[in-house]
Each structure stands twice: as C-alpha cells, then as structure tokens.
Design a protein around this ligand. Structure first.
Ligand SMILES: Nc1ncnc2c1ncn2[C@@H]1O[C@H](COP(=O)(O)OP(=O)(O)OP(=O)(O)O)[C@@H](O)[C@H]1O
Length: 257
C-alpha cells in the first residue's frame, strides 16, 4: 500500500454556527489523483484552503506528508503546491521572472531553477512571450504561468481548484498529462472540478461533497456499482447523489405551460 500524503481527520469549518465543511475524513496516497466533486457552495474551496494552511479549521487535523499543517507549516508547505481558482500574479513581472521568483521562494538551486523554468515555459507554449509583463497575458496564459510556478519545486502534493477553467483543449490535455506523470512519479494530486468528464478520465478516485459532507467516494467504477446499476456515467451518479435530478420534473412542468 502506498503512503498517505494527504490526510484529514474530522475536518470541520464553521462560519458562525453553520458548518460549511463537516467532519471530513480524507486520505490521498502517493501516486493517486483524487477528484473532489460537489455542487456550487458544497465546500470544496473551503476544504482546499484549509489543506493549504490558508484557512484555519474550526476542528480537526490535516497532515501533508505526515507534517501537521498547523504545527509544522513550513515543512508541509515546502512539499506542496497550490493552484487556486482565481490566481493572483505579480503583473509587473514577466513569466520568466515570476518562475525565478517562485523558485527562489522554494529555495530551488539557481542552475536547476533556470533549467526547469525553461522546460516549463516550453511545455506550456509560453516561450515566445516569456519576457513580456504578465499584465498583458490572457486568462488562459496566466493560468499556465501559475501551473508552471506550481510545478517548479517538484511538489509531492499538488492541490488544484478548478484548474481547467480558461484553458483551451490542448492545454487542458497537457495539464491532464502532467498530473498523470506527477502521480506516476509518486505525487498525490487533489483536484476539484465541475467537469465530470475530466474526473472520469483522469482520477483514480473521486469524492462527492454535498453541504460540506462527503456523501460518496471510490473509483468512478466503484461508484457506478454502488450507486447506479453499473452502466451509468459519473454525471448520472453525481446528479443522483446531489439531488439535482429532482429539477428535471420542474423543468418539464415549465415546458408544458
Ligand atoms: N468567509 C465566509 N463567510 C461565510 N460563509 C462563507 C465564507 N466562505 C465561504 N462561505 C460559505 O461556505 C460554503 C462553501 O463555499 P465554498 O466556496 O467552499 O464552496 P465550493 O464548493 O467551492 O463552491 P463553488 O463550486 O461554487 O466554487 C458556501 O455556502 C459559502 O457561501
């Protein structure tokens, strides 16, 4: 059995008395791509922000590569990368300068950092504009720079919040290939997504969150066996579990009027 790199124990976040993440127990192992699914407002971003150490839980523990994110944040963060859903970049830096800055923050030795930055710029098709200021970059290009920055210190754990939003099909495919390669090399990949097709094709396991609670988890195949009759798509299962199916009746009644 591979080592658990991301672990939460009874993780809970409340705003006032309302729990938006409720008693969450998760394990993601080395070599695994875990898809985190759930309807709008289910608590996905809140969970990811707690995993990164940006948001304090109300209760529960989180360990990243066996380091407690609250008691040993420096060690945990050194091994982790985070790609937020709305990344903020330094607009007055070029893509190349941004990658060098991130490398320095993670203390990647200069020679290695330079080599990796060039590799990543090439891979993401950013080479020709690598010395332009980021303020002139399109949304998708900015997203690629953030992804390149997340990969430069070769993290053992990578957390991505809706990473394919704004990427063109070729870049989304590249991202999928990169994450699969990272997992093959032993990283744990935790990715929240609304795109069920991506989850189905890319993730070894998925967890479905609803109202802050994990209501199902397993491989897409296991969920099909447990919830459906074996032949349904992950989308059917997702809609079944999150109760969105009920809307179909309502929509039909609107059509008839
Ligand atoms: N700072 C805050 N104060 C109060 N409530 C908050 C705060 N941040 C998030 N919430 C609430 O917590 C719940 C979960 O939000 P979260 O952003 O984690 O959901 P999500 O699953 O990422 O949703 P989406 O798919 O729409 O991005 C929502 O009801 C949201 O309104």
């Amino acid at each position: 059995m591979e080592r658990v790199l991301i672990r939460t124990n009874r993780l809970t976040k409340r705003y006032g008395s309302v729990p938006v993440v409720n008693d969450l127990n998760l394990e993601v192992r080395s070599g695994e791509i875990f898809g985190f699914l759930g309807p709008n407002g289910a608590g996905k971003t809140t969970t990811i922000k707690m995993l990164t150490g940006l948001l304090d839980p109300s209760e529960g523990e989180i360990s990243i590569c066996d380091y407690d994110i609250r008691r040993q944040p420096t060690q945990a963060k050194a091994l982790m990368a985070y790609v937020p859903d709305q990344p903020k970049l330094y607009n007055k830096l070029s893509a190349r300068e941004f990658l060098h800055l991130i490398s320095a923050l993670y203390r990647v030795p200069k020679g290695i950092a330079k080599e990796r930055a060039e590799q990543l710029l090439g891979m993401f098709g950013l080479m020709e504009r690598a010395d332009e200021l980021l303020e002139g970059y399109s949304h998708g290009m900015r997203q690629k720079v953030v992804l390149a920055g997340a990969l430069i210190h070769q993290p053992k754990v990578i957390l991505l919040d809706e990473p394919t939003v704004g990427l063109d099909p070729a870049s989304a495919r590249l991202l999928k290939d990169i994450l699969q390669e990272m997992a093959r090399q032993g990283a744990a990949v935790f990715v929240s997504t609304h795109i069920l097709e991506i989850a189905e094709r890319m993730c070894h396991r998925v967890g479905i969150l609803k109202d802050g609670m994990l209501i199902a988890q397993g491989s897409p195949e296991e969920l099909r066996q447990k919830v459906g009759n074996g032949g349904e798509s992950l989308e059917d299962i997702f809609l079944e579990l999150t109760g969105v199916r009920e809307n179909a009746e309502l929509i039909k009644s609107l059509e008839e009027e």
